[in-house]
Ligand binder design. Structure first.
Ligand code: 6R9
Length: 660
């Protein structure tokens, strides 16, 4: 093996900067007026430079894609061989529509591949995680240290009697303990269920109940734009209705600390203190559940998406490597929260499987000022930066002077995820970072586990398009019957064959899983509307169902509606997503009041407060209209599409089934 400097990321950064000087990425045509959007819509293509192509893991996408599709099992099997397995598989795939088993008969452990594989090599002293708190606090973990910490935590879980198949709910802010807890569970076959720390007590409780978690791991507080957000009281309120919870472990960050009630409540530091730093990773069948992650669907009840050790490991490993063209000396920065799937796959598992150096930063992009992320990029020499369209649009509002203040020359590859990125935001992001770093617009879902449609750095880009399917993935745009549509016709985005990182089921609800594969014949229906252009580039246009994306956060209209109708004044409610300049979509609610209640500012505020209390900040409607009636079908279903069309001043379409 070639020796690579592994001590501190700053060393790596200098090398990176030196190696990467000079133009690598050339625009075929530079927009010549300010009307960039108009120009981009003409179909401009941005070609990768010869140098980017030459350096890329996959220099020729077309050829690699064709080969991968000709024999997907050979392709995925080949990828899997780059990782460590305790026993090999007898078959790559067992497909019993719609049930998949990947790497049949093999045993492995994703945490082993994230940690031991590196800690047992020269990477032992390579930086795994640089964590920066909102208050500027910095903590650095090498692979060796992370492994020891995870082992202590795994032993502590065992000491509480947790064993393979048990569930642990993790409700933490973006701190390193989050990663430690996830990997510790994985190490011994315990299933983690991370709940985003912005969810309120009832939302947390329903997720703990569904998973029947034996343990909750939380913190005293989180920080948000300088404010202290108490988390422990939320857990206290939630666990009252969760009889499965035996213990609550609390990471104490605040100097004052919260009082803990023994024996049920345990301090994190005390919990780990006596534990050994050695704990062998459990060899697990490849199909062993790794985690449950709850996500919104079209009903009020969130779905517990289940991912497994083997296939998920293979999918997140190879997408991180190829999509971001990850190299040994990169510093990788993904801004997601580990509470969402992007945090699971592209802060924790994918980058660690690759032995990368990860920057993990708590806080918002504009606190304490809009230079926050640019400053982190310059300070730590970030070379890969994976962010969201909402964040880009937010930073755009503060102007180009902010990014201009910082040295962003270490950046090499950029990423976007969570919602469609409009060409204007794409172009801005591209320009302020130097007009030579390819933007990977990655399309995927909680259910897909890993990126499915995306450019690679060697692929020509069209701003606003997620381009083409990842290797081994057959994606298409079809009508309701599953027929491929001609170029540029809008239809449903589908995946035609199983892939390793796909979800295996919906926890305790296999029927809900089957819906994904039974809605359109012979394929996986993603729930997105899409068109494919003449070059096969895919343009995702939003959801086809009642799921909305507010600042990239996935929210079901039904969840917000059921929160609203649980307010004493509300008889009925309907919720839609409405275009919003920065957040992509905003929540608008239409509410019918019960008799005796009057429309007033106070009432509207009390409705918003109620949703905040029931679900959390991200689900609070921006606008609430009090209405006398709602459009319904004769069978009583609310026609949200009609409300939305009216709201946007569009044609309401076919309303022959409308009741009133
Ligand atoms: C990873 C994640 C999934 C939904 C998905 C789609 C939207 C995600 C996108 C995108 C257009 C992209 N979405 N990435 N739309 N372009 N690059 O966001 O997972 O929270 O489950 O949401 O997000 O609508 O169906 P999740």
């Amino acid at each position: 093996r070639v020796a690579v400097p592994s001590s501190h990321p700053h060393n790596a950064v200098q090398n990176t900067a030196a190696r990467r000087s000079g133009p690598r990425f050339v625009e075929v045509m530079r927009p010549m007026s300010d009307k960039i959007d108009t120009l981009l819509k003409e179909g401009r293509v941005i070609q990768p430079s010869a140098r980017t192509k030459a350096a890329a893991h996959i220099p020729d996408y077309d050829q690699a894609y064709k080969a991968s599709i000709a024999d997907p099992e050979a392709f995925w099997g080949g990828v899997a061989k780059e990782l460590d397995w305790f026993t090999p598989w007898t078959r790559v795939l067992e497909w019993n529509y719609p049930w998949a088993k990947w790497f049949v008969g093999a045993t492995c452990n994703i945490a082993y591949n994230c940690l031991d594989r590196h800690a047992n090599s020269w990477r032992r002293n390579k930086v795994a995680i640089i964590w920066v708190g909102e208050n500027g606090e910095e903590r650095i973990f090498t692979y060796g240290e992370l492994l020891r910490q995870v082992n202590r935590c795994a032993n502590a879980l065992k000491a509480l009697g947790l064993k393979q198949g048990d569930r642990v709910t993790i409700y933490l802010p973006k701190i390193p303990e989050q990663v430690v807890a996830m990997l510790a569970c994985a190490r011994i076959g315990v299933i983690h269920s991370v709940v985003y720390s912005g969810f309120s007590a009832p939302a947390l409780a329903s997720r703990i109940q569904d998973a029947e978690a034996r343990l909750v791991i939380t913190a005293d507080v989180g920080y948000d734009r300088g404010k202290t957000i108490p988390l422990k009281p939320v857990v206290d309120a939630a666990v009252q209705s969760c009889p499965s919870v035996e213990k609550v472990v609390v990471v104490r960050r605040d100097a004052l600390g919260v009082a803990l009630t023994a024996p049920k409540e345990i301090d994190w530091t005390d919990w780990l203190k006596e534990q050994s730093a050695v704990c062998a990773a459990e060899p697990l069948d490849a199909e062993t559940p790794l985690y449950i992650l709850y996500t919104s669907g079209t009903t009020g009840k969130p779905k517990g998406v289940v991912h497994v050790h083997g296939g998920y490991m293979v999918g997140t490993y190879i997408t991180t490597k190829y999509v971001f063209d990850l190299k040994e000396d990169d510093v990788y920065f993904c801004v997601a929260d580990p509470g969402w799937v992007t945090g699971h796959s592209y802060i924790v598992y994918g980058p660690l499987l690759n032995g990368a150096t990860i920057l993990m930063a708590e806080g918002k992009p504009d606190y304490p000022n809009p230079g926050r992320w640019w400053d982190l990029i310059a300070r730590y020499g970030v070379s890969i930066f994976y962010t969201t369209p909402t964040a880009v649009r937010l930073l755009m509002k503060y102007g180009e002077d902010w990014p201009k203040k910082y040295d962003l020359s270490t950046l090499r590859v950029l990423g976007s995820v969570g919602e469609p990125i409009n060409p204007e935001a794409w172009e801005w992001f591209y320009r302020v970072t130097g007009s030579d770093k390819p933007i990977m617009d990655t399309w995927w879902q909680t259910e897909t586990g890993a990126i499915l449609v995306t450019p690679l750095p060697s692929v020509p880009l069209k701003p606003g398009s997620a381009t083409r399917p990842f290797l081994g993935i057959e994606a298409d745009v079809v009508d309701k019957e599953g027929h491929s549509l001609p170029s540029n016709a809008g239809g449903f985005a589908v995946i035609k064959k199983p892939w390793p990182a796909m979800m295996r089921t919906i926890y305790k609800d296999p029927d809900r899983y089957k819906v994904y594969w039974n809605t359109i014949p012979n394929c996986y229906t993603a729930g997105d509307v899409c068109r494919k252009d003449q070059d096969g580039y895919m343009w995702f246009m939003g959801r086809a169902d009642d799921v909305i994306k507010v600042a990239g956060n996935r929210i079901g209209t039904a969840e917000v509606e059921s929160a609203l109708v649980s307010h004493e004044a509300v008889a009925e409610a309907a919720v839609i997503g409405k275009p919003h300049r920065t957040a992509g979509e905003a929540i608008k609610a239409f509410v019918i009041l019960k008799q005796g209640y009057q429309d007033s500012k106070e009432l509207i505020q009390s409705l918003k407060d109620h949703v905040l209390k029931e679900l959390g900040k991200i689900a609070v409607p921006q606008e609430i209209d009090i209405v006398p009636s709602l459009p319904k079908t004769r069978s009583g279903k609310i026609m949200r599409r009609v409300l939305k069309a009216k709201e946007l001043g569009q044609d309401v379409g076919d309303i022959s089934t409308i009741e009133d």
